[in-house]
Design a protein around this ligand. Structure first.
Ligand code: CA
Length: 117
């Protein structure tokens, strides 16, 4: 287990990328790339907890209040890292349904075209 004090300023973390070859990531950008339907107007500010088995990560976020989207609030979040997107969920809304099938039908027979070198 590793624990290392690297500074009292959060910017110190970003300047130290050599900690056992860890790669620091922007949590919000990571979530937008890996979590289906992650809201564009929510920012993950920090990760403060991880479950013993590494499956869940919890932290603090900032974004619209679900009860009053006109107001932004700070809130806690939990990410389940084992909840993966189904390959057949074409539009990434977490449900495999007729919308996904329709998208496949629209694309049926299409081919990627790449410019000739
Ligand atoms: Ca879908």
């Amino acid at each position: 287990m590793l624990w290392k004090f690297i500074g009292s300023n959060p910017d110190d973390v970003n300047q130290r990328t050599d900690i056992n070859n860890w790669q620091l990531v922007d949590l919000t950008e990571w979530a937008r790339q890996n979590i289906p339907n992650f809201p564009q107007n929510v920012q993950l500010l920090s990760a403060v907890a991880i479950s013993d088995n590494g499956r869940f990560i919890g932290g603090r976020a900032y974004g619209p209040n679900p009860n009053d989207p006109s107001q932004n609030v700070y809130f806690a979040y939990v990410i389940d890292l084992q909840c993966e997107r189904l390959a057949s969920d074409i539009n990434g809304d977490g449900i495999v349904d007729d919308a996904d099938l329709l998208q496949v039908l629209f694309d049926f027979g299409s081919q990627l075209s790449c410019p000739q070198p």
